[in-house]
Design a protein around this ligand. Structure first.
Ligand code: ADE
Length: 369
């Protein structure tokens, strides 16, 4: 099968799926989903609030890593009111392990808006859901279709991959023409569905479990007979991969101060600034630079004898756009500079918001848990 005519790498006319194919694909996916669906806690009891929490967690994190966090979160905050009334520090502490903490702050703000402006009911319509902080077109479409049966389309990385293979359209995610095409195909699909929520979840599920990036299992795909890439035998070629984002390298030099107080081990922590990476979360005192500092430079900055400091742990933490190189120093000397912050028991780290790398260094070097 040949590709559609291409100009400058982009097909002159994006290949729309034929209406008959669209409706056959939607039907096949809807029939497949009830048998193939993984049992996930947000699927057992559908509610706007559970959908809001699970979709926020799933925005940048894979299902397997979300399940336990979701259960812990809704056990602690069982209703949208309880979340709206919670302290932000408790919400962030419960988000620990999931990363991308802006999602937790947005979810907290969304719960407050639901209580203040929507009478405590998570809206069922995509246009209203879009007013909530952190809710974009995908999340609004997912919640409105799954909870309320609205014919709202969804496109994320999984769905874009499925659509691009079905039509054998070699676009690149993130490019306007390709993204617009995906939304229009998803809309055509949801318009022809019997149950828009089932279709949308089936597309997510297919992308996550069958039509995967590196090893598509066309033999297990309910839509393979209608899939141009499966028929041509080259699904891995679609879509064209995104170029990797430009990455910045930064160095975080952490000073791990410990003490034993009333028979328990404590660690000294400071709160991060209100804005930026890991905003308002806690960490050992840290110097951030764009190059690695020597022990003697650190000794001067912290007013600590460099001979009493050890680089005890070094690792790199990758965020979406940054490589954060951590250099962790343990010392028993007290620094000569005044440090604002507080001592915290190393044995109860779950009570305060700590990003993964900080939790890791305290656990490994100060016996925290
Ligand atoms: N990814 C995003 N939303 C999802 C959902 N509701 N179920 C499974 N995976 C998802």
């Amino acid at each position: 099968m040949s590709l559609v005519p291409v100009e400058n790498g982009i097909p002159a006319e994006p290949p729309a799926l034929e209406p008959r194919a669209t409706s056959s694909i939607a039907g096949a996916l809807e029939a497949w989903f009830p048998e193939a669906a993984r049992e996930l806690p947000w699927r057992t009891r559908r509610s706007g609030y559970h959908a809001l929490v699970s979709e926020a967690m799933l925005q940048q994190t894979q299902v397997a890593r979300v399940v336990d966090s979701f259960l812990r979160f809704v056990a602690r905050f069982p209703t949208v009111e309880s979340l709206a009334e919670a302290d932000e520090q408790d919400v962030l502490a419960l988000w620990q392990g999931l990363g991308y903490y802006r999602r937790a702050r947005n979810l907290h703000a969304a719960a407050r808006m639901v209580c203040d402006e929507f009478d405590g009911e998570v809206p069922g319509r995509a246009d209203l859901l879009l007013k909530l902080p952190g809710v974009g077109r995908y999340t609004a479409g997912a919640i409105a279709s799954i909870v309320n049966g609205e014919r709202a389309p969804i496109v994320d990385g999984n769905v874009a991959r499925v659509l691009s293979r079905l039509a054998r359209f070699p676009g690149r995610p993130g490019e306007r023409a390709f993204d617009r095409w995906c939304w229009s195909q998803s809309e055509a699909m949801v318009l022809s569905a019997s149950d828009p929520g089932v279709l949308n979840e089936a597309m997510m599920e297919l992308g996550a479990t069958v039509c995967t990036k590196h090893s598509p299992a066309c033999d297990r795909c309910p839509a393979s007979a209608h899939c141009r890439a499966a028929v041509a035998g080259d699904p891995q070629e679609f879509p064209t991969p995104k170029p990797p984002p430009a990455r910045k390298v930064v160095h975080h030099h952490a000073l791990l101060l410990t003490r034993t107080h009333r028979n328990r081990s404590e660690v000294f922590l400071q709160q991060r600034p209100d804005e930026g990476l890991w905003a308002r979360m806690w960490q050992p005192p840290t110097l951030e630079t764009d190059r690695r500092l020597s022990l003697s430079e650190l000794g001067t900055r912290w007013k600590v004898d460099p001979r009493s400091m050890d680089r005890s742990l070094e690792f790199t933490h990758r965020t979406s756009h940054r490589d954060v190189c951590f250099h962790v120093h343990v010392t028993s000397s007290r620094p000569g500079v005044e440090l604002s912050g507080r001592w915290h028991p190393a044995g109860s780290l779950g009570e305060i918001p700590l990003a993964n790398p900080h939790a890791r260094m305290i656990r490994d070097l100060a016996g925290g848990s």
